[in-house]
Ligand binder design. Structure first.
Ligand code: UT7
Length: 303
């Protein structure tokens, strides 16, 4: 795996000076202390390239084996072409490349897509990246959203594995009737959110999705060694852990440092967690759409 985080920081204390809020309120309601903010030069493709390059280096794989590049993002630097085209060129890859738009579920969706293509012989290896510059989508004066979101990128290289390793079970879903609880209205610049509705939907969707993925993998919640939920709100994570029968001590949380980085949040937390070979890992994301996605992974290749 590889990560790329802009150096610029926006702390709760910085926000206290800008909007009507306090460090205590933000910490208490979300668990977030600070987030990273990209400069104008650190566009999504730039962050994605840096994370991707680090992942390829860490994997030790010959880049010529990478037949697929997926960049999960909702903050592309331009409408056309896809962000993945720039990232592919920057990394000197020769492969199929596309962007995947499933908001905060985007990285897990990408893992599921890449896994399927590798298993059916369509790709020898895949580079999957979650990358966002969410500050471009958030009203800097809206206290309901600006406290939550941050910028960053993280990437992973996926390769074939023995049957007992890799993605053992997964679930992807979407309920488009909830599109308007988290969206950018047509013609508008910034995101609008019904925070309470997203909170409720997130807990419900994640518990159901994680349960489905676990069932499909034939794994029980208590067997999971590393649970990597989408890093949106520590209270959402706590509710999912409790209702899905998972273990708080084995749950990864790094949102205090980075806030909610949408498609980058799960791979950033996964990269920091550094699972051991053979660990059972559960990824679970939810986001605008409303989308959700879960994957149960036996870490390593077993080969
Ligand atoms: O990837 C998915 C992205 N989105 C999410 O994950 C969002 C999920 N939702 C949440 O995380 C929470 O709903 C929030 C953190 C956004 C809000 O927390 P809440 O506990 O649902 O608070 P609330 O919206 O019910 O607001 C409670 C009070 C309100 O005041 P009144 O009406 O009780 O007088 C708000 O106006 O807190 C006020 N408030 C704030 N106060 C200080 C709202 N935002 C702030 C703020 N600072 N930044």
């Amino acid at each position: 795996m590889g990560t790329a985080l802009p150096a610029g920081k926006l702390t709760n204390f910085d926000l206290e000076k800008r909007i009507d809020t306090t460090n205590e309120w933000i910490l208490d309601r979300t668990g977030i202390s600070e987030r990273r903010v990209a400069t104008d030069d650190e566009t999504t493709d730039v962050l994605a390239t840096a994370a991707g390059a680090e992942a390829i280096k860490a994997s030790g794989i010959d880049p010529e084996l990478i037949d697929l590049l997926i960049v999960a993002t909702i903050t592309p630097p331009q409408k056309l072409p896809a962000t993945s085209a720039f990232v592919q060129d920057n990394l000197g890859l020769a492969c199929g490349a596309f962007d995947l738009v499933a908001a905060c579920s985007g990285f897990v969706y990408s893992v599921v897509m890449a896994d399927s293509l590798i298993k059916t012989g369509g790709a020898r290896a895949a580079l999957v990246i979650g990358a966002e510059t969410l500050h471009t989508m958030v009203d800097p004066m809206d206290r309901g959203t600006v406290i939550l979101f941050g910028d960053g990128a993280a990437a992973g290289v996926m390769v074939p594995s023995a049957p007992a390793y890799g993605v053992l079970g997964s679930d992807i879903g979407c309920d488009g009737s909830l599109a308007n609880i988290l969206y950018v209205p047509p013609g508008a610049e910034f995101v609008q959110m019904d925070g309470k509705a997203v909170f409720r939907g997130a807990v419900r969707a994640c518990v159901q999705s994680a349960t489905t993925a676990l069932e499909r993998a034939g794994i029980k919640g208590e067997e999971i060694d590393v649970f990597v939920p989408h890093q949106a709100n520590t209270r959402i994570i706590d509710a999912i852990v409790e209702r899905a029968g998972l273990d708080n001590a084995r749950t990864v949380k790094n949102l205090d440092k980075y806030g909610n980085t949408s498609a980058a949040s799960i791979p950033l937390a996964l990269a920091e967690a550094q699972p051991n070979d053979g660990d059972l890992v559960l990824l679970c994301g939810f986001g605008a759409g409303m989308t959700w996605a879960s994957a149960v992974i036996r870490w390593g290749t077993g080969l």
